[in-house]
Design a protein around this ligand. Structure first.
Ligand SMILES: [Zn+2]
Length: 181
């Protein structure tokens, strides 16, 4: 028996692409960051589109959020966040509870292009592709070092396609409550 088109019906056409979906997860994770100036999220995904791990920028485990120097400027570098903060990509990789070999060939979605330190961690983890949104530090020494390492080491990187750069609304209220508004 052949199913004709009338029986089959039609699927939604405006569903999220995998890339937009996983970037959305990364963005949602960024919402957990307590950093007042920069919130970054990362989502690691297997070759078969399964989410392996998620991370966002934050303090090292055990370093109380309330005692953390969140400032970007201080009398010396150690009075700023920079020496202490753990970036989203590092946390996502270290948060993965499975075997490190599972990360081989995975991709990481991150809303800000990785810094040179995270680029090293990504390379050593076996992740093979980075999908990013913003590259606001493009051209800075750290950014160029990151790109040089990634290129030399065969880790691909691409910006999320323009047609997938969309604004997602995510009301965390029941559908029936949305329709009443
Ligand atoms: Zn980083």
């Amino acid at each position: 028996m052949e199913l004709n088109e009338e029986i089959l019906g039609h699927k939604r056409e405006d569903y999220l692409s995998w890339d937009a979906f996983f970037m959305g997860i990364a963005k949602l994770a960024a919402g957990r960051s307590k950093d007042p100036s920069t919130q970054v999220g990362a989502c690691i995904v297997s070759e078969s589109n399964r989410i392996l791990s998620i991370g966002y920028n934050g303090t090292p485990n055990g370093f109380n959020d309330n005692e953390f120097p969140w400032d970007r400027n201080g009398n010396c570098e150690n009075e700023t966040k920079y020496p202490y903060v753990c970036h989203a990509e590092l946390n996502a990789i270290l948060n993965y509870p499975g075997a490190r070999s599972d990360l081989k060939g995975a991709r990481v979605y991150v809303d800000l292009f990785p810094c040179n330190e995270c680029a090293k961690v990504i390379i050593q983890s076996g992740i093979s592709e980075i999908i990013y949104l913003s590259d606001k530090y493009n051209g800075t020494p750290g950014n160029e070092a990151a790109k040089l390492m990634l290129t030399k080491c065969g880790v691909k990187y691409k910006q999320l396609n323009e047609e997938e750069q969309v604004v997602l609304r995510l009301p965390l209220i029941p559908d029936e409550a949305v329709s009443r508004q």
